[in-house]
Design a protein around this ligand. Structure first.
Ligand code: DGI
Ligand code: FE
Ligand code: FE
Ligand code: FE
Length: 188
């Protein structure tokens, strides 16, 4: 991959149009947040472009990649919705040659979060919630908060996801709870 056009075409080929538009939105929102909070804007944009790289792949393909890379049982036996983040971090490395650890981690933890998230991880995770195409109850409040306090915006976003999962009687991945607790206990 030698240029941006080629990269965009490669990403475009992995997903349907709506997901690609979301991807472009996350890249732009991540760049904006990076500028505001002092993360690397180019890394943020690239992580945004790559964050859902294998979101639309068949689950069998993601599962195979995760098994080959010794992912924890709790992930393999848990919600398939989480697989694209962990598989994506592997695939952009093996298939696209991305080596930047900050970017790989931002992709890996963009869905679940984790304790002690890096600034870039937070930026991508929040951008995923607030990009312009996103519409869900409470999104405007998260957008507004993201202008003022990144940690609080992320706590609100993850809290909303946890609430949503509980309402649907779905499992909450341990890392998501840890990420939420970590952000809420730090806020002063
Ligand atoms: O890939 P996107 O749709 O852009 O967004 P995402 O990667 O943040 O989330 C994908 C889905 O994963 C979303 O429907 C919510 C779900 N999710 C996030 N955290 C958890 C979760 N699902 C479960 N079961 N447990 C979690 O902790
Ligand atoms: Fe995702
Ligand atoms: Fe899809
Ligand atoms: Fe996304």
């Amino acid at each position: 991959l030698t240029n941006r056009e080629e990269l965009l075409a490669r990403i475009r080929a992995q997903m349907h149009e709506k997901r690609f538009n979301h991807t472009l939105g996350v890249a732009q929102s991540a760049r904006n947040l990076a500028v505001r909070y002092g993360a690397d804007p180019d890394k943020a944009e690239l992580a945004g472009l790559l964050h859902d790289y294998c979101k639309c792949w068949p689950v069998e393909k993601m599962f195979e990649i995760l098994v080959r890379h010794d992912m924890p049982t709790e992930l393999l036996e848990g919600e398939k919705e989480l697989w694209h983040a962990f598989a994506g971090a592997i695939v952009i490395q093996t298939d696209l040659g991305v080596t930047d650890t900050d970017i790989l981690q931002a992709v890996r933890y963009h869905t679940t979060g984790r304790a002690g998230m890096s600034l870039l991880e937070k930026v991508v995770c929040v951008a995923d919630y607030i990009e312009p195409n996103r519409i869900f109850p409470g999104v405007d409040e998260i957008r507004a908060l993201a202008e003022k306090n990144l940690d609080q915006a992320l706590a609100l976003a993850l809290g909303g996801t946890i609430q949503f999962l509980i309402e649907k009687q779905k499992t909450v991945y341990p890392l998501t709870l840890i990420a939420y607790n970590d952000l809420v206990s730090r806020k002063g």
